[in-house]
Ligand binder design. Structure first.
Ligand code: NAD
Length: 268
């Protein structure tokens, strides 16, 4: 009998690798280590050059572009996947985008276009992908996983429209979990602590956010891509066979604290 954590014979399609610091890359490596066959979709040609060698390093043979703002491209991508693999077990949605100008100062200055852009790419894309994944996951106990952040629950300064988008993403995840549960498909989210990635570099004063999390988290440190990857592996494996509709915090415990620890000197 295979161990519960083995993903041998399973396939995973991963959206959101931009480079080797991407959270999605941390997830890809863990899924690969568990024996899963992993394929990638990336945003555009410039990123393709970065993603291709990463994919090759874990023997991936599926590396295709797709702008998730375009339904036709999403449908084409899933069509290509179907042609190559016939079915899908795991879908990783690690995609988000907002105008840099909307990730500083205030939320109330967000214009309609910026609001729509963030919601479209960071939230609706999950619904569009899930719709395409369903027929490929039929009878396979599929698992869909998305990435969120604490700014969905509480106001995090400068996270602004992305916090609103993450709230909508978490709600969408729950509605999808309810719709797809009867088909045996589980849908979950990881709420990750801050990690220095390309997307994070667009958030105003991200470095002070990292310091604050490090100082305030019960574990007194920040989380790594690898740790998010390991939790993703759990959620996508049979170990989590009864877990769906959940937001799992992988943030060194930051979310349980009401205020930073009192009277602690910097760096402790
Ligand atoms: P990242 O920049 O490595 O990944 C973001 C990905 O989104 C990139 O690969 C980018 O190409 C992709 N993307 C953006 N617009 C796209 C489009 N139109 N079509 C296709 N792909 C598009 O950064 P990351 O931090 O690894 O982000 C992954 C996920 O994790 C995001 O949802 C992010 O909000 C979430 N997250 C990040 C942190 C953090 O601190 N880094 C914390 C919690 C959650």
């Amino acid at each position: 009998m295979e161990p519960l954590l083995s993903l041998k014979g399973k396939t995973a399609l991963i959206f959101g690798v931009a480079n080797d610091r991407s959270i999605a890359w941390g997830i890809a490596q863990e899924l690969h280590r568990a024996g899963c066959t992993v394929g990638f979709s990336y945003a555009g040609e410039a990123l393709g050059k970065r993603v291709a060698p990463l994919a090759q390093s874990i023997n991936s043979t599926f590396v295709e572009p797709c702008d998730v703002a375009d339904d036709a491209q999403i449908e084409r991508l899933f069509g290509q996947w179907k042609e190559k693999f016939g079915s899908l077990d795991i879908l990783i949605h690690a995609v988000a985008f907002a105008d840099r100008n909307d990730l500083k100062d205030f939320f109330y200055t967000t214009n309609r276009q910026g609001f729509h852009l963030a919601m479209d790419i960071s939230v609706y894309s999950l619904v569009a992908m899930a719709r395409c994944a369903v027929p490929l996951m039929e009878g396979r106990n599929g698992s869909i996983l998305t990435l969120s952040y604490y700014g969905a629950e509480k106001v995090v300064k400068r996270y602004n429209i992305m916090g609103v988008a993450k709230s909508a993403l978490e709600a969408s995840m729950r509605y999808l979990a309810s719709d797809l549960g009867p088909m045996g498909i589980r849908v979950n989210a990881i709420s990750a602590g801050p990690i220095k990635t390309l997307a994070a570099s667009g958030i105003g004063e991200f470095r002070s956010m990292l310091k604050h999390h490090e100082k305030s988290s019960p574990l007194r440190r920040n989380v790594s891509q690898e740790e998010v990857g390991k939790s993703a592996l759990y959620l996508c494996s049979d170990l989590a066979s009864a877990v769906t509709g959940e937001v799992v915090h992988v943030d060194c415990g930051y979310n349980i604290m009401s205020t930073p620890p009192p009277n602690e000197p910097e760096g402790e």
